[in-house]
Design a protein around this ligand. Structure first.
Ligand SMILES: Cc1cc2nc3c(=O)[nH]c(=O)nc-3n(C[C@H](O)[C@H](O)[C@H](O)COP(=O)(O)O)c2cc1C
Length: 218
């Protein structure tokens, strides 16, 4: 086994021959929360976050993790700043067909640019939040802020890591994904993040029944 230290307390990944940090190539696949938000003036922002997941189902809650710094001129990521201002966001599902626009929306556009317009995506209004939804995406979670968790900063750069937890107050599902009261997610072909610049797509599923006790090995 290769073993490396992440805090300088021994050889790191570079000394062991890795060109890039392998950490994120090992936590896979990561769902992508494609977060739309608005600032106080109503300027729309859209950005992908692969530090994203569901963290409970009753009530449904999701989180996304934003990295960056408030210590430099750039300031916080617009998404985070918008949620600090409004307490609301929408998490849109990224599908295979939307992979290019998703990637385009990660460009560091100036704060006054409407990023949905900039990447050529039509909007739909939300029911409970001001942030619009990505019309071409088949699933949207309307979210209200639960809390921010300020995490340890990068020891080298001082960059902050902030976890934003949102309560999902409304869910939109394209009816084309639903068969006999069940979501067939392969119809959406969601895109998920791997390491480096790699992605995967969900187009195959398998099921395993949950065990009772004692576990039946037959
Ligand atoms: C697939 C993908 C996943 C990303 N995940 C994250 C993430 O989890 N956290 C983060 O801070 N930035 C992430 N980024 C980078 C942000 O999308 C990028 O910094 C974006 O410009 C932030 O936009 P904003 O300033 O408009 O909020 C990711 C980029 C891509 C392409």
């Amino acid at each position: 086994m290769i073993f490396y230290s992440t805090d300088g307390n021994g050889p790191g990944f570079k000394e062991l021959g890795f060109a890039h940090n392998p950490f994120l190539a090992l936590v896979v696949p990561r769902p992508i929360g494609w977060i739309s938000s608005v600032d106080q003036q109503g300027v729309v922002n859209l950005a992908p976050f692969s530090f994203f997941n569901a963290i409970s189902s009753r009530p449904p809650m999701v989180f996304f993790g934003a990295n960056g710094t408030h210590l430099t001129a750039g300031g916080e990521k617009d998404t985070l700043r918008n949620v600090r201002e409004t307490g609301e966001f929408v998490a849109n599902l990224v599908t295979w067909d939307l992979r290019q626009q998703m990637n385009d929306s990660s460009a560091p556009a100036p704060r006054d640019v409407d990023e949905m317009d900039a990447v050529g995506l039509a909007k739909l209004p939300s029911q409970f939040v001001k942030a619009p939804r990505v019309k071409a995406s088949p699933v949207h979670f309307e979210c209200k802020l639960v809390q921010f968790v300020e995490l340890p900063t990068d020891p080298k750069s001082g960059e902050q890591n902030t976890m934003t937890i949102g309560r999902v107050v409304g869910i939109h599902i394209d009816e084309r994904l639903v068969t006999d009261g069940m979501v067939d997610i392969t119809k959406a072909r969601p895109v998920a993040r791997l390491g480096y610049l790699d992605y995967t797509v969900v187009d195959e599923v398998f099921a395993i029944k949950r065990p009772s006790w004692p576990i039946n090995k037959s």
